[in-house]
Design a protein around this ligand. Structure first.
Ligand code: F6P
Ligand code: MG
Length: 453
Protein backbone atom coordinates (compact mmCIF):
# COMPACT_ATOMS: atom_id res chain seq x y z
CA UNK A 1 0.00 0.00 0.00
CA UNK A 2 1.23 3.49 -0.81
CA UNK A 3 2.08 5.82 2.08
CA UNK A 4 -0.04 8.97 2.27
CA UNK A 5 2.68 11.27 0.96
CA UNK A 6 3.23 9.00 -2.04
CA UNK A 7 -0.43 9.00 -3.00
CA UNK A 8 -0.46 12.79 -2.86
CA UNK A 9 2.52 13.11 -5.17
CA UNK A 10 1.44 10.30 -7.48
CA UNK A 11 4.71 8.42 -7.28
CA UNK A 12 4.95 4.70 -6.63
CA UNK A 13 6.10 3.40 -3.23
CA UNK A 14 9.74 2.89 -2.34
CA UNK A 15 11.08 -0.63 -2.72
CA UNK A 16 11.19 -2.19 0.73
CA UNK A 17 12.03 -5.40 2.57
CA UNK A 18 8.47 -5.37 3.88
CA UNK A 19 7.49 -7.13 0.64
CA UNK A 20 8.39 -10.67 1.68
CA UNK A 21 10.32 -12.52 -1.02
CA UNK A 22 11.25 -9.33 -2.92
CA UNK A 23 14.87 -8.59 -3.83
CA UNK A 24 14.92 -5.92 -1.11
CA UNK A 25 13.69 -8.49 1.41
CA UNK A 26 16.33 -11.04 0.38
CA UNK A 27 19.01 -8.35 0.53
CA UNK A 28 18.15 -7.26 4.05
CA UNK A 29 17.61 -10.83 5.21
CA UNK A 30 20.66 -12.45 3.60
CA UNK A 31 23.10 -10.23 1.74
CA UNK A 32 23.51 -7.37 4.23
CA UNK A 33 24.20 -9.68 7.20
CA UNK A 34 26.75 -11.53 5.04
CA UNK A 35 28.49 -8.25 4.22
CA UNK A 36 28.53 -7.33 7.90
CA UNK A 37 30.00 -10.70 8.83
CA UNK A 38 32.77 -10.17 6.28
CA UNK A 39 33.47 -6.73 7.73
CA UNK A 40 33.72 -8.24 11.21
CA UNK A 41 36.07 -10.96 9.92
CA UNK A 42 38.26 -8.40 8.18
CA UNK A 43 38.64 -6.34 11.34
CA UNK A 44 39.38 -9.45 13.36
CA UNK A 45 41.96 -10.71 10.84
CA UNK A 46 43.78 -7.39 11.16
CA UNK A 47 44.06 -7.65 14.94
CA UNK A 48 47.84 -8.22 14.80
CA UNK A 49 48.33 -5.29 12.50
CA UNK A 50 46.38 -3.03 14.90
CA UNK A 51 48.50 -4.37 17.78
CA UNK A 52 51.74 -3.69 15.93
CA UNK A 53 50.62 -0.17 15.07
CA UNK A 54 48.88 0.89 18.27
CA UNK A 55 49.61 -1.73 20.94
CA UNK A 56 46.87 -2.66 23.45
CA UNK A 57 44.81 0.38 22.41
CA UNK A 58 44.51 -1.11 18.93
CA UNK A 59 43.24 -4.42 20.32
CA UNK A 60 40.71 -2.67 22.54
CA UNK A 61 39.43 -0.65 19.57
CA UNK A 62 39.19 -3.78 17.43
CA UNK A 63 37.06 -5.54 20.07
CA UNK A 64 34.82 -2.52 20.59
CA UNK A 65 34.23 -2.00 16.88
CA UNK A 66 33.37 -5.67 16.43
CA UNK A 67 30.98 -5.52 19.34
CA UNK A 68 29.14 -2.51 17.83
CA UNK A 69 28.92 -4.22 14.45
CA UNK A 70 27.61 -7.47 15.96
CA UNK A 71 25.00 -5.46 17.83
CA UNK A 72 23.89 -3.82 14.60
CA UNK A 73 23.71 -7.19 12.81
CA UNK A 74 21.44 -8.40 15.56
CA UNK A 75 19.22 -5.29 15.31
CA UNK A 76 18.94 -5.86 11.58
CA UNK A 77 18.15 -9.55 11.79
CA UNK A 78 15.49 -9.05 14.44
CA UNK A 79 13.92 -6.04 12.65
CA UNK A 80 14.58 -3.58 15.48
CA UNK A 81 13.91 0.15 15.09
CA UNK A 82 16.50 2.19 13.28
CA UNK A 83 18.29 4.41 15.82
CA UNK A 84 19.98 7.81 15.76
CA UNK A 85 23.68 8.09 14.98
CA UNK A 86 25.81 9.10 17.93
CA UNK A 87 29.22 9.92 16.45
CA UNK A 88 30.57 13.40 15.83
CA UNK A 89 30.86 13.21 12.06
CA UNK A 90 29.59 16.22 10.13
CA UNK A 91 26.72 14.33 8.46
CA UNK A 92 25.23 13.01 11.72
CA UNK A 93 22.52 15.68 11.85
CA UNK A 94 21.22 15.22 8.29
CA UNK A 95 21.11 11.47 8.95
CA UNK A 96 19.15 11.86 12.17
CA UNK A 97 16.81 14.37 10.54
CA UNK A 98 16.23 11.94 7.69
CA UNK A 99 15.20 9.31 10.24
CA UNK A 100 12.60 11.76 11.56
CA UNK A 101 11.40 12.35 8.01
CA UNK A 102 11.06 8.59 7.47
CA UNK A 103 9.10 8.32 10.69
CA UNK A 104 6.48 10.77 9.45
CA UNK A 105 6.02 8.60 6.36
CA UNK A 106 5.42 5.38 8.28
CA UNK A 107 1.93 3.96 8.18
CA UNK A 108 0.12 3.56 11.51
CA UNK A 109 2.98 5.30 13.40
CA UNK A 110 5.04 2.09 13.29
CA UNK A 111 8.70 2.64 14.18
CA UNK A 112 11.13 2.91 11.29
CA UNK A 113 12.74 -0.52 11.27
CA UNK A 114 15.09 -2.53 9.07
CA UNK A 115 12.46 -4.55 7.24
CA UNK A 116 9.64 -1.98 7.21
CA UNK A 117 11.45 1.04 5.80
CA UNK A 118 12.58 1.94 2.29
CA UNK A 119 15.34 -0.43 1.22
CA UNK A 120 17.50 2.41 -0.14
CA UNK A 121 17.40 4.09 3.25
CA UNK A 122 18.28 1.06 5.37
CA UNK A 123 20.99 -0.17 3.03
CA UNK A 124 22.72 3.24 3.09
CA UNK A 125 22.18 3.40 6.84
CA UNK A 126 24.03 0.10 7.33
CA UNK A 127 27.15 1.49 5.63
CA UNK A 128 26.92 4.66 7.70
CA UNK A 129 26.63 2.61 10.91
CA UNK A 130 29.75 0.64 9.90
CA UNK A 131 31.52 3.98 9.68
CA UNK A 132 30.17 4.96 13.08
CA UNK A 133 31.52 1.74 14.65
CA UNK A 134 34.97 2.49 13.24
CA UNK A 135 34.89 6.23 13.93
CA UNK A 136 33.93 5.75 17.57
CA UNK A 137 37.02 3.64 18.08
CA UNK A 138 40.27 5.50 17.78
CA UNK A 139 43.05 4.68 17.03
CA UNK A 140 41.54 2.54 14.24
CA UNK A 141 39.08 5.28 13.26
CA UNK A 142 40.71 5.91 9.86
CA UNK A 143 40.62 2.26 8.88
CA UNK A 144 38.84 1.40 5.60
CA UNK A 145 37.22 -2.00 6.18
CA UNK A 146 36.77 -2.47 2.42
CA UNK A 147 40.28 -1.54 1.36
CA UNK A 148 41.58 -5.11 0.93
CA UNK A 149 38.78 -6.07 -1.47
CA UNK A 150 39.20 -2.92 -3.53
CA UNK A 151 42.95 -3.31 -4.01
CA UNK A 152 42.53 -7.02 -4.75
CA UNK A 153 39.97 -6.24 -7.44
CA UNK A 154 42.48 -3.86 -9.06
CA UNK A 155 45.30 -6.40 -9.03
CA UNK A 156 43.12 -9.19 -10.36
CA UNK A 157 42.15 -7.08 -13.37
CA UNK A 158 45.72 -6.35 -14.47
CA UNK A 159 45.41 -8.09 -17.85
CA UNK A 160 42.34 -6.06 -18.69
CA UNK A 161 43.96 -2.84 -17.46
CA UNK A 162 46.99 -3.49 -19.66
CA UNK A 163 44.72 -4.10 -22.65
CA UNK A 164 42.92 -0.80 -22.04
CA UNK A 165 46.08 1.24 -21.59
CA UNK A 166 47.49 -0.30 -24.77
CA UNK A 167 44.28 0.66 -26.60
CA UNK A 168 44.65 4.20 -25.32
CA UNK A 169 48.26 4.37 -26.49
CA UNK A 170 47.25 3.24 -29.99
CA UNK A 171 44.56 5.89 -30.04
CA UNK A 172 47.01 8.63 -29.01
CA UNK A 173 49.50 7.51 -31.63
CA UNK A 174 46.99 7.72 -34.49
CA UNK A 175 44.87 10.55 -33.17
CA UNK A 176 45.98 13.24 -35.61
CA UNK A 177 44.74 11.34 -38.68
CA UNK A 178 41.38 10.05 -37.61
CA UNK A 179 38.00 11.06 -39.01
CA UNK A 180 35.02 12.14 -36.96
CA UNK A 181 33.42 8.74 -37.56
CA UNK A 182 36.46 6.96 -36.24
CA UNK A 183 36.48 9.26 -33.23
CA UNK A 184 32.87 8.27 -32.59
CA UNK A 185 33.84 4.58 -32.84
CA UNK A 186 36.50 5.04 -30.16
CA UNK A 187 34.13 7.02 -27.97
CA UNK A 188 31.45 4.38 -28.32
CA UNK A 189 33.83 1.60 -27.34
CA UNK A 190 35.26 3.38 -24.32
CA UNK A 191 31.84 4.49 -23.11
CA UNK A 192 30.72 0.86 -23.23
CA UNK A 193 33.85 -0.39 -21.53
CA UNK A 194 33.07 2.04 -18.73
CA UNK A 195 29.48 0.78 -18.71
CA UNK A 196 30.48 -2.89 -18.41
CA UNK A 197 33.17 -1.97 -15.89
CA UNK A 198 30.20 -1.59 -13.56
CA UNK A 199 29.69 -5.34 -13.62
CA UNK A 200 32.65 -5.59 -11.28
CA UNK A 201 31.23 -4.19 -8.03
CA UNK A 202 31.79 -6.13 -4.86
CA UNK A 203 28.51 -5.57 -3.04
CA UNK A 204 26.47 -7.70 -5.47
CA UNK A 205 28.78 -10.64 -4.72
CA UNK A 206 28.64 -9.79 -0.99
CA UNK A 207 32.36 -8.97 -1.17
CA UNK A 208 33.54 -12.06 -3.06
CA UNK A 209 36.10 -11.63 -5.84
CA UNK A 210 34.43 -10.22 -8.98
CA UNK A 211 37.02 -8.84 -11.37
CA UNK A 212 37.64 -8.48 -15.09
CA UNK A 213 40.20 -10.85 -16.59
CA UNK A 214 39.81 -10.68 -20.36
CA UNK A 215 40.24 -7.79 -22.79
CA UNK A 216 37.14 -5.66 -22.33
CA UNK A 217 37.24 -4.28 -25.88
CA UNK A 218 36.96 -7.75 -27.40
CA UNK A 219 33.80 -8.56 -25.46
CA UNK A 220 31.83 -5.48 -26.53
CA UNK A 221 30.08 -6.92 -29.59
CA UNK A 222 28.81 -9.97 -27.76
CA UNK A 223 27.54 -7.79 -24.91
CA UNK A 224 25.65 -5.31 -27.13
CA UNK A 225 22.34 -7.31 -27.14
CA UNK A 226 22.24 -6.98 -23.36
CA UNK A 227 22.11 -3.19 -23.45
CA UNK A 228 18.39 -2.60 -23.02
CA UNK A 229 18.45 1.15 -23.68
CA UNK A 230 21.36 2.60 -25.61
CA UNK A 231 21.34 6.40 -25.74
CA UNK A 232 25.05 6.66 -26.56
CA UNK A 233 24.22 8.74 -29.66
CA UNK A 234 22.65 11.40 -27.47
CA UNK A 235 25.72 11.50 -25.26
CA UNK A 236 27.85 11.90 -28.37
CA UNK A 237 25.62 14.71 -29.70
CA UNK A 238 25.92 16.50 -26.38
CA UNK A 239 29.70 16.23 -26.47
CA UNK A 240 30.06 17.30 -30.06
CA UNK A 241 27.67 20.22 -29.62
CA UNK A 242 30.27 21.64 -27.25
CA UNK A 243 32.46 22.34 -30.25
CA UNK A 244 32.86 25.95 -31.18
CA UNK A 245 32.75 26.16 -34.96
CA UNK A 246 35.82 27.64 -36.53
CA UNK A 247 38.05 27.13 -33.53
CA UNK A 248 40.96 24.78 -33.23
CA UNK A 249 40.36 21.34 -31.67
CA UNK A 250 42.34 22.26 -28.55
CA UNK A 251 40.19 25.25 -27.63
CA UNK A 252 36.91 23.40 -27.33
CA UNK A 253 35.03 24.16 -24.16
CA UNK A 254 33.20 21.69 -22.03
CA UNK A 255 33.26 20.00 -18.69
CA UNK A 256 32.18 16.44 -18.00
CA UNK A 257 31.51 15.32 -14.44
CA UNK A 258 31.75 11.60 -13.67
CA UNK A 259 29.88 10.54 -10.55
CA UNK A 260 32.01 7.52 -9.77
CA UNK A 261 30.93 4.16 -8.48
CA UNK A 262 33.39 1.33 -7.81
CA UNK A 263 37.14 1.19 -7.30
CA UNK A 264 39.22 -1.57 -8.92
CA UNK A 265 38.62 -2.30 -12.58
CA UNK A 266 35.58 -0.01 -12.95
CA UNK A 267 37.56 3.04 -11.85
CA UNK A 268 40.25 2.28 -14.43
CA UNK A 269 37.59 2.16 -17.17
CA UNK A 270 36.36 5.58 -16.02
CA UNK A 271 39.87 7.03 -16.05
CA UNK A 272 40.48 5.65 -19.53
CA UNK A 273 37.23 7.21 -20.76
CA UNK A 274 38.16 10.53 -19.12
CA UNK A 275 41.62 10.39 -20.70
CA UNK A 276 40.03 9.84 -24.11
CA UNK A 277 37.58 12.72 -23.64
CA UNK A 278 40.34 15.15 -22.76
CA UNK A 279 43.10 13.95 -25.08
CA UNK A 280 40.77 13.88 -28.09
CA UNK A 281 39.87 17.52 -27.40
CA UNK A 282 36.19 16.69 -26.93
CA UNK A 283 36.21 18.25 -23.48
CA UNK A 284 38.41 20.59 -21.55
CA UNK A 285 37.96 19.33 -18.02
CA UNK A 286 36.75 16.29 -16.09
CA UNK A 287 35.51 16.46 -12.52
CA UNK A 288 35.30 13.15 -10.65
CA UNK A 289 32.92 12.80 -7.71
CA UNK A 290 33.65 10.10 -5.14
CA UNK A 291 32.58 9.09 -1.65
CA UNK A 292 33.84 10.67 1.54
CA UNK A 293 33.59 7.39 3.47
CA UNK A 294 33.92 3.67 2.65
CA UNK A 295 30.62 2.83 0.97
CA UNK A 296 28.74 -0.11 -0.55
CA UNK A 297 31.82 -2.33 -0.30
CA UNK A 298 33.68 -1.15 -3.37
CA UNK A 299 32.89 2.54 -3.96
CA UNK A 300 35.73 4.96 -4.68
CA UNK A 301 37.09 7.20 -1.93
CA UNK A 302 39.77 9.90 -2.34
CA UNK A 303 42.28 7.40 -1.03
CA UNK A 304 41.30 4.78 -3.64
CA UNK A 305 41.42 7.37 -6.39
CA UNK A 306 44.97 8.48 -5.56
CA UNK A 307 46.10 4.92 -4.95
CA UNK A 308 44.83 3.75 -8.35
CA UNK A 309 46.66 6.49 -10.23
CA UNK A 310 49.88 5.90 -8.29
CA UNK A 311 49.64 2.16 -8.75
CA UNK A 312 49.06 2.47 -12.50
CA UNK A 313 51.97 4.88 -12.74
CA UNK A 314 54.27 2.44 -10.97
CA UNK A 315 53.18 -0.61 -13.00
CA UNK A 316 55.76 -2.69 -14.75
CA UNK A 317 54.04 -2.25 -18.11
CA UNK A 318 55.04 0.49 -20.51
CA UNK A 319 51.58 1.74 -21.50
CA UNK A 320 50.11 1.36 -18.05
CA UNK A 321 52.83 3.45 -16.44
CA UNK A 322 52.60 6.00 -19.26
CA UNK A 323 48.83 6.30 -18.73
CA UNK A 324 49.26 6.58 -14.96
CA UNK A 325 51.83 9.36 -15.36
CA UNK A 326 49.51 11.22 -17.73
CA UNK A 327 46.63 10.92 -15.25
CA UNK A 328 48.85 12.28 -12.51
CA UNK A 329 49.70 15.26 -14.74
CA UNK A 330 46.03 15.88 -15.48
CA UNK A 331 45.41 16.04 -11.74
CA UNK A 332 48.34 18.38 -11.13
CA UNK A 333 47.32 20.70 -13.94
CA UNK A 334 43.68 20.77 -12.82
CA UNK A 335 42.45 19.25 -16.11
CA UNK A 336 41.10 16.53 -13.87
CA UNK A 337 39.93 17.07 -10.30
CA UNK A 338 38.51 14.87 -7.57
CA UNK A 339 35.63 16.07 -5.38
CA UNK A 340 33.60 14.60 -2.59
CA UNK A 341 30.48 15.85 -0.87
CA UNK A 342 28.59 14.35 2.09
CA UNK A 343 25.40 14.18 0.01
CA UNK A 344 26.74 11.19 -1.97
CA UNK A 345 26.74 9.14 1.24
CA UNK A 346 23.32 10.25 2.46
CA UNK A 347 20.27 8.11 1.68
CA UNK A 348 18.40 10.78 -0.27
CA UNK A 349 16.87 10.35 -3.68
CA UNK A 350 18.56 12.72 -6.13
CA UNK A 351 15.32 14.65 -6.67
CA UNK A 352 15.96 15.98 -3.13
CA UNK A 353 19.41 17.31 -4.03
CA UNK A 354 18.37 20.84 -5.07
CA UNK A 355 16.65 21.34 -1.70
CA UNK A 356 18.96 19.37 0.60
CA UNK A 357 22.38 20.00 -0.97
CA UNK A 358 21.96 23.18 -3.05
CA UNK A 359 25.74 23.73 -3.19
CA UNK A 360 26.30 20.35 -4.82
CA UNK A 361 23.39 20.92 -7.20
CA UNK A 362 24.88 24.27 -8.22
CA UNK A 363 28.26 22.62 -8.85
CA UNK A 364 26.69 20.00 -11.08
CA UNK A 365 24.84 22.73 -12.99
CA UNK A 366 28.21 24.01 -14.18
CA UNK A 367 28.90 20.76 -16.04
CA UNK A 368 28.00 20.21 -19.70
CA UNK A 369 27.41 16.51 -19.15
CA UNK A 370 27.03 14.35 -16.06
CA UNK A 371 27.84 10.64 -16.19
CA UNK A 372 26.33 8.68 -13.32
CA UNK A 373 28.04 5.34 -12.88
CA UNK A 374 26.43 2.24 -11.51
CA UNK A 375 23.43 0.72 -9.89
CA UNK A 376 23.21 2.68 -6.66
CA UNK A 377 23.31 5.99 -8.54
CA UNK A 378 20.50 4.69 -10.76
CA UNK A 379 18.46 3.75 -7.71
CA UNK A 380 18.94 7.27 -6.35
CA UNK A 381 18.18 8.89 -9.72
CA UNK A 382 14.87 7.04 -9.91
CA UNK A 383 14.17 7.15 -6.17
CA UNK A 384 14.37 3.33 -5.89
CA UNK A 385 10.65 3.07 -6.43
CA UNK A 386 8.32 0.49 -7.81
CA UNK A 387 7.99 2.18 -11.21
CA UNK A 388 6.30 0.64 -14.18
CA UNK A 389 9.09 -0.26 -16.65
CA UNK A 390 7.49 1.81 -19.41
CA UNK A 391 7.51 5.05 -17.39
CA UNK A 392 9.99 7.46 -18.94
CA UNK A 393 13.38 8.14 -17.37
CA UNK A 394 12.45 11.85 -17.30
CA UNK A 395 9.35 11.13 -15.20
CA UNK A 396 11.27 8.91 -12.79
CA UNK A 397 13.89 11.65 -12.28
CA UNK A 398 11.12 13.79 -10.75
CA UNK A 399 12.67 17.11 -11.70
CA UNK A 400 16.30 16.21 -11.07
CA UNK A 401 18.36 17.57 -13.94
CA UNK A 402 21.14 20.01 -13.12
CA UNK A 403 22.64 19.39 -16.59
CA UNK A 404 22.32 16.84 -19.41
CA UNK A 405 22.93 13.51 -17.72
CA UNK A 406 23.47 9.88 -18.54
CA UNK A 407 23.29 6.81 -16.38
CA UNK A 408 25.76 4.01 -17.21
CA UNK A 409 24.50 1.09 -15.21
CA UNK A 410 24.43 -2.67 -15.16
CA UNK A 411 21.19 -3.84 -13.55
CA UNK A 412 21.57 -5.20 -10.02
CA UNK A 413 18.40 -4.00 -8.32
CA UNK A 414 14.77 -4.28 -9.34
CA UNK A 415 14.09 -0.83 -10.60
CA UNK A 416 14.13 -0.12 -14.32
CA UNK A 417 12.33 2.58 -16.29
CA UNK A 418 12.32 3.86 -19.86
CA UNK A 419 11.70 0.52 -21.57
CA UNK A 420 9.41 -0.09 -24.54
CA UNK A 421 5.86 -1.17 -23.61
CA UNK A 422 5.95 -4.92 -23.00
CA UNK A 423 9.78 -5.13 -22.97
CA UNK A 424 9.99 -5.64 -19.21
CA UNK A 425 7.31 -8.33 -19.24
CA UNK A 426 9.06 -10.16 -22.08
CA UNK A 427 12.36 -10.07 -20.19
CA UNK A 428 10.65 -11.38 -17.05
CA UNK A 429 9.26 -14.34 -18.94
CA UNK A 430 12.64 -15.14 -20.57
CA UNK A 431 14.93 -14.37 -17.67
CA UNK A 432 13.16 -13.86 -14.33
CA UNK A 433 16.29 -12.40 -12.68
CA UNK A 434 17.02 -9.89 -15.46
CA UNK A 435 16.93 -6.89 -13.11
CA UNK A 436 19.29 -8.25 -10.50
CA UNK A 437 21.76 -10.59 -12.20
CA UNK A 438 24.13 -7.92 -13.56
CA UNK A 439 23.87 -9.36 -17.10
CA UNK A 440 21.88 -6.45 -18.56
CA UNK A 441 22.76 -2.78 -18.78
CA UNK A 442 21.42 0.64 -19.78
CA UNK A 443 22.90 3.85 -21.17
CA UNK A 444 20.06 6.23 -20.34
CA UNK A 445 20.19 9.90 -21.21
CA UNK A 446 18.16 12.90 -20.07
CA UNK A 447 18.48 16.48 -21.10
CA UNK A 448 16.71 19.12 -19.01
CA UNK A 449 16.51 21.27 -22.15
CA UNK A 450 14.68 18.91 -24.47
CA UNK A 451 12.63 16.99 -21.84
CA UNK A 452 12.26 14.16 -24.37
CA UNK A 453 10.47 10.95 -23.36
O1 F6P B 1 21.62 -5.00 -5.78
C1 F6P B 1 22.85 -5.26 -5.38
C2 F6P B 1 23.56 -4.09 -4.81
O2 F6P B 1 24.34 -4.42 -3.70
C3 F6P B 1 22.63 -2.99 -4.47
O3 F6P B 1 22.38 -3.01 -3.16
C4 F6P B 1 23.34 -1.79 -4.92
O4 F6P B 1 22.44 -0.93 -5.49
C5 F6P B 1 24.28 -2.30 -5.89
O5 F6P B 1 24.43 -3.62 -5.77
C6 F6P B 1 25.60 -1.65 -5.88
O6 F6P B 1 26.05 -1.66 -7.16
P1 F6P B 1 26.86 -0.51 -7.80
O7 F6P B 1 28.22 -0.68 -7.29
O8 F6P B 1 26.74 -0.75 -9.26
O9 F6P B 1 26.21 0.78 -7.38
MG1 MG C 1 29.24 0.50 -5.91
Amino acid sequence: MMAADEIVHGVPPSLSAKVVGSFAYLTVRDRLPTILTRVIDTIHRNKNKFFEEYGEEGIRAEKQAISLLSKMRNEMQTDKPVIDLTDGLQDREPWNQYLQRQQTLMEDQEPVSWFKSPWLYVECYMYRRIQEAIWLNPPINEYDVFNEGKTQSYFESQQAVMALCTYLEEFHKNMEDISKNQLFEHFNKLLKVSLWGNKCDLSISAGKENSQKTSPIDSLDSLQPFILVDDSNMVWSTLTSLERPGQLEKTKAGRVDIVLDNAGFELVTDLVLADFLVSSGLVREVHFHGKSLPWFVSDVTAQDFKWTIRQTMGANHRWMSKSGAQWQRYMKEGVWSYHDHPFWTLPHEFCDMAGDAPDLYATLQEADLLLFKGDLNYRKLTGDRDWDHAVSFDTALRGFGPAPLCSLRTLKANVQVGLQPGQGEKLTSQDPDWMTCGKYAVIQFHSPKSEQT
